[in-house]
Design a protein around this ligand. Sequence first.
Ligand SMILES: NC(=O)C1=CN([C@@H]2O[C@H](COP(=O)(O)OP(=O)(O)OC[C@H]3O[C@@H](n4cnc5c(N)ncnc54)[C@H](O)[C@@H]3O)[C@@H](O)[C@H]2O)C=CC1
Ligand SMILES: O=C(O)[C@@H]1CCC=N1
Length: 265
Amino acid sequence: MKRNIGFIGTGNMAKAIIGGIVKSGYTDPHDVYASNRSIAKLIDIKEEYRINVFEDNLSVAENCNIIFLSVTPNVYPDVIEEIRDGIRDDAIVIHIAAGQTIAQSEKHFQRKIKIAKAMPNTPVNVGEGMTSISFNRFVTEEEKEEIRALFESFGKVEFIDESLMDIASAVGGSSPAFVYLFIEALADAAVLYGMPRNNAYKIAAQSVLGSAKMVLESDDHPGKLKDDVCSPGGTTIESVASLEENGFRSAIIDAVKANMEKLKK
Ligand SMILES: NC(=O)C1=CN([C@@H]2O[C@H](COP(=O)(O)OP(=O)(O)OC[C@H]3O[C@@H](n4cnc5c(N)ncnc54)[C@H](O)[C@@H]3O)[C@@H](O)[C@H]2O)C=CC1
Ligand SMILES: O=C(O)[C@@H]1CCC=N1
């Protein structure tokens, strides 16, 4: 079935997804529609991807049968009220708001709507996204596979129970920010020792990419992969000991706890 794909809100996450589906060839830009209350942002995205843009959200709802609600969670109630009556019966609404449940969205819709709750991350823009997804009871098995194919066009997908969506948001949605901090810090250290920044970012980022690939593609535990880098009496174990002394691992666990606390508010 041919579907038009709509985005209500064209901020950072929507732009990353639009980039992902257009660059992967999953969809033709002519079949993509977007609205934003900021005309400047609409002009930008139209120039970048040649998609259709509207100043009003209802037009996107009326023209599309996959609709991303890509506004921040506080705006969900108003946006849902605006588009409620224009949503087509065959449409699947993809709700990406962190911390908002499917039940909350269903309550605002006040009618039977097919909802997928998806938690993507910005690397979807370069075909390396990670998206966790759950569905409400109105989405058929065939439609679930259609949504999987959409998200797989720009990365990996896990179907999870909705009760795990908050932790998926912290560990999948937010974690790229943690990784960028790590890469930035590694590169700053390289610059401290005289390396030009362009070399530093490439060496730091490719090392992170390769390490992640080892975790995904070998059957080894991350601890074993770490052990393999630490030559006896060598340099790496000195760094590992320093990271442990500075609470590296507990800092990451605390960061995830802070994320979960915020999601509860
Ligand atoms: N940024 C990320 O990495 C991720 C974000 N998300 C979720 O995506 C959603 C959007 O987040 P971001 O893109 O980061 O925020 P953002 O602030 O960059 O984008 C939101 C956009 O919505 C527009 N907007 C605000 N009110 C509107 C309205 N009434 N009608 C139409 N457009 C309106 C704003 O102008 C803005 O462009 C949030 O619900 C967030 O939880 C989920 C996963 C990852
Ligand atoms: O910062 C946020 O609230 C969103 C959710 C996951 C990533 N960004």
